[in-house]
Design a protein around this ligand. Structure first.
Ligand code: CTP
Length: 401
């Protein structure tokens, strides 16, 4: 028997129309379910020619609806019942034909009827051949939908199933998952400009060697994502990591602490909230050799010189943005975090145990602010970042009032 969803479970109605990209919707359903979103799939007749309803049913744990006259719905009004139970509708893939229908308010099958009989947000992920995408009729229909308040998740450019290369490829499942999360988040930072530093810095010793910190960048990227979901404009200054940045963030790649400081200095005057998640190397080689240092058989002494403290620089500006620090400690978490917060003059500091957090997809966090401390139990970093953003938004508003 299916589990009863908790009252906070978000419910997405996932509509599939006819297109090769329907295969991506199966992966999308899997990712959404993994993230705890309840998915109800609805397929048009043509969609069923590309992927089987049985696949979607297996992935979502629910029978798939395809027919306006489905007798399984007690009142025989599937088009009303299914939208009443949805917090949002995402049509992916949305064919040119379906987009034309939506733009004109046509309702001649279950999915188009559901889209018309809804009062929840509608997201549309177009997927079509390049010429169909570029056709003035399609562009006109998309403009109409945007005016009607529909979110169009613009396709990307690339190789298409028809052999052409160009615009019209549906976004990848991961990107669509992010768009769904964004719709479900309260817009606590709408219009705020958030600057995030993430990942380690790398300080060259010579042409091939360097000093760095252990940091995957996952927490910083999760904070950038959560800020975007809360409606912020996000600039992400990242040290070297192997992660894909959220598409909607402005990404600035840097290598060393001094590069990071220069990038932060460029951005800070346009920043409302600065979240310093980067694991900045505290020292660099006093002189980095341009050539590879040859081994001599004996010992090697390196002279290190301190790097600038980026967060301290920002927090002590005459008009600093709201500053949030991170502290990865290996012992005496509370004492060290409290000292760090005072020393860097921060309204908020998030601390965790380095040995538990580094490289992991999960972490426990303790938040320290003027009013005390708050423990956030171990959870995926993406969720933890959402909680942190909620705390930041509340403090930021309080500070302004
Ligand atoms: N930080 C920074 N620039 C540095 C060092 C740290 O901006 N050169 C920021 C980090 O991004 C983090 C906070 O300061 O938000 C604390 O970093 P952490 O490495 O935990 O502390 P340090 O100040 O370096 O102190 P220590 O290494 O002695 O624990």
């Amino acid at each position: 028997m299916a589990n009863t969803p908790s009252p906070t479970t978000r419910r997405l109605l996932l509509g599939l129309t006819g297109g090769v990209a329907a295969y991506k919707a199966t992966e999308l359903a899997r990712l959404l379910m993994q993230d705890g979103i309840e998915v109800q799939a609805v397929m048009t007749e043509s969609a069923c020619r590309f992927v089987g309803p049985a696949t979607l049913q297996a992935l979502t744990g629910k029978p798939v609806f395809t027919d306006l006259w489905d007798a399984r719905v007690a009142n025989n009004m599937a088009h009303i019942d299914l939208t009443r139970n949805a917090d949002a509708i995402l049509v992916a893939p949305a064919s040119a034909d379906f987009i034309a229908k939506l733009a004109n308010g046509l309702a001649d099958d279950l999915l188009s009827t559901l889209c018309l009989a809804r009062d929840c947000p509608l997201l549309v992920a177009p997927a079509m051949n390049r010429q169909m995408w570029e056709h003035p009729a399609t562009q006109r229909n998309l403009a109409t939908l945007r005016r009607d308040g529909v979110t169009i998740l613009n396709p990307g450019s690339g190789a298409q199933a028809c052999g052409e290369i160009g615009m019209g490829r549906m976004l990848e499942a991961r990107e669509l998952t992010e768009a769904v999360h964004t719709v479900f988040q309260p817009r606590l930072l709408q219009g705020k400009r958030v600057l995030v530093t993430a990942g380690p810095t790398y300080e060259a010793i010579d042409a091939v060697r360097g000093i760095t910190n252990s940091s995957s960048g996952k927490m910083g990227y999760a904070v950038a994502r959560a800020a975007l979901q809360a409606g912020a404009d996000v600039t992400l200054i990242s040290g070297p990591v192997c992660l894909q940045a959220p598409a909607a963030a402005r990404l600035i790649n840097v290598v060393s602490a001094r590069d990071m400081l220069a990038a932060v200095k460029n951005e800070v005057s346009r920043t409302d909230i600065f979240v310093s998640v980067a694991a900045v190397a505290d020292y660099r080689a006093a002189t980095a050799s341009k050539q590879k240092i040859k081994k001599t058989g004996g010992g090697l002494t390196l002279e290190l010189t301190p790097n600038p403290d980026i967060l301290e620089y920002v927090a002590t500006l005459p008009k600093p943005p709201f500053c949030v620090g991170f502290a990865a400690e290996t012992e005496n978490l509370e004492k060290n975090a409290a000292i760090k917060r005072r020393k860097k003059k921060l309204p908020l500091l998030a601390a965790n145990l380095a040995q538990d957090a580094i490289g992991s997809d999960e972490s426990a966090l303790t938040l320290f602010d003027d009013e005390g401390k708050y423990s956030l139990a171990k959870a995926p970093k993406v969720e933890q970042a959402q909680r942190l953003i909620q705390h930041i938004a509340a403090l930021y508003e309080k500070q302004k009032s």
